[in-house]
Design a protein. Structure first.
Ligand code: BGC
Length: 462
């Protein structure tokens, strides 16, 4: 690089990083919306005098909206482009949050949560896609981890904000205040460049080159990347056809779906959505419930660093085994302790500690890794379709978990409910051994070759 190019490259680096940070804010919005409901439900329940069943719907209608949003997003991000999809997502974030804060009945709250869900479904599909397309090679891995980290930070911030607002019990502020980061996100997204890959898909090569020049600076890099994209676009996305005609592709789609079912049936979101309720049933008052929930959020953020640090050293499978085992033990002990209805201070704190152990198990493993694996195992031609199927599965399973927890508590009690999720985690250790490939240090091309040549799923990373 000559001397003249240096300031340009520095500027380009700053632009690229800014672009990625902004897109990762989508992760933050995602987290805020997951986290915000747990602290609000008890106050909502008091105000509208509704049953646990209605509360389950208020929690889960958002995930149902997200499933629909994710279904639409595949089409939308191709037809309208990534940037416009993100703008639409951001507008729906703001609108949904305001509507939640203003809801005048349980039904309107459920409807407002569906709007929020659409926002999440659209942005959680589009943001990682956009990130992967604009991040320069050397920060791409870090950017994808940043996205998961932002989700957990969003959850933590929502837990903290709920905790502070719980003193006044003002659930409208809890839910409505999310419109502020939503508006900031919207402003940020308006300044994003269009994805160069999408521009080239639309034959707008000149604009794509302009964006690449702004993002990368170095003309050699721009030229190389443009020709790489052109090369990739020669492989058309024909997921549905491939699914119908190719049994090997059906196996990788099935694996992606299974992986997301495993992530959700760990029971993580039982804690994300109902932590204050769980702590209440242990015998804690409102303030203690809220602060413990905030500690749950902090633990989730911190333990995500374990995954980021280990993923390329230990590999995926050892981390998953460890995580599922830790989760099974954590939930098993929580179930036992809650069954014993312990009242001694120390024993109660121990139970809270085991909830935190469970959170560590998830955040260090299935939280980030399942998303990574889901994008690694799909062949290029069917990647959009494959990831679309697994993402929608995430939301549908997420809905089921959210929609059944309180009913399970009411019908079979705490111990059996937590044992059930502990048993799922134990089964997932076996499924990981049996079906999940180790993808550490293997190129995506090699994984694809192995898959398509009919190797066993667990061997496609070799
Ligand atoms: C999961 C979410 C979960 C979050 C918790 C994500 O990877 O998909 O369902 O709420 O992690 O940190």
């Amino acid at each position: 690089m000559n001397d003249m190019a240096a300031p340009v490259a520095t500027h380009a680096k700053a632009t690229a990083i800014f672009t990625c940070v902004l897109a990762a804010l989508a992760g933050l919005m995602f987290g805020l919306d997951i986290g915000v409901i747990s602290g609000a439900t008890q106050f909502v329940q008091r105000q509208f005098a509704v049953s646990d069943r209605v509360i389950e719907w208020i929690v889960s209608s958002m995930m149902l909206g997200a499933a629909v949003g994710a279904l639409l997003a595949g089409w939308m991000s191709a037809a309208l482009g990534r940037k416009r999809s993100l703008i639409l997502g951001a507008v729906l974030f703001v609108a949904g949050s305001l509507l939640c804060g203003l809801a005048w009945s349980a039904d309107t709250l459920i409807a407002a949560r569906v709007v929020l869900g659409l926002a999440i479904g659209i942005s959680t599909f589009t943001a990682p896609l956009y990130l992967a397309e604009v991040a320069p090679e050397y920060i791409r891995g870090a950017m994808i981890s940043l996205y998961q980290l932002m989700i957990t930070i969003g959850i933590l911030v929502a837990f903290l904000s709920d905790t502070l607002l719980s003193y006044s019990g003002n659930w409208r502020w809890m839910l409505g205040v999310i419109a502020i980061p939503g508006a900031l996100f919207l402003i940020g997204v308006l300044f994003l460049p269009d994805s160069p890959r999408w521009l080239m898909m639309r034959q707008r090569d000149q604009e794509a080159l302009d964006v690449l020049r702004r993002l990368r600076g170095d003309p050699d890099v721009v030229r190389r990347e443009a020709s790489d994209i052109r090369e990739q676009l020669r492989t058309p996305q024909r997921g549905w056809h491939l699914f119908l005609e190719n049994g090997n592709f059906r196996r990788s789609v099935g694996l992606g779906v299974l992986l997301q079912l495993m992530q959700q049936f760990t029971g993580m979101n039982v804690v994300m959505y109902y932590a204050p309720r769980i702590f209440k049933d242990m015998g804690y008052d409102t303030q203690a419930q809220m602060w413990f929930t905030a500690i749950v959020g902090l633990t989730n953020v911190l333990a995500t660093f374990i995954a980021i640090g280990l993923v390329d050293r230990w590999g995926r499978k050892p981390i998953l085994y460890t995580g599922f085992a830790v989760m099974a033990i954590g939930l098993g002990v929580v179930g036992t302790m809650m069954g014993m209805k312990v009242t001694a201070h120390g024993a109660q704190l121990f139970t809270v500690g085991m909830v935190l152990v469970f959170i560590v198990g998830f955040a260090m493993s299935a939280g980030p890794l399942i998303w990574t694996l889901c994008s690694e195992v799909q062949p290029l031609k069917g990647r959009d379709f494959g990831i679309g199927c697994s993402t929608v599965t995430n939301w549908v399973a997420n809905t089921i978990v959210g929609l059944t927890f309180l009913s399970l508590l009411a019908s079979v009690g705490h111990t059996t409910t937590f044992y059930l999720y502990a048993a799922f985690n134990a089964i997932f250790i076996v499924l990981t051994f049996w079906l999940v490939p180790e993808t550490k240090g293997v190129t995506l091309e090699q994984i694809e070759r192995n898959l398509m040549s009919g190797k066993r799923l667990r061997d496609i990373g070799r």
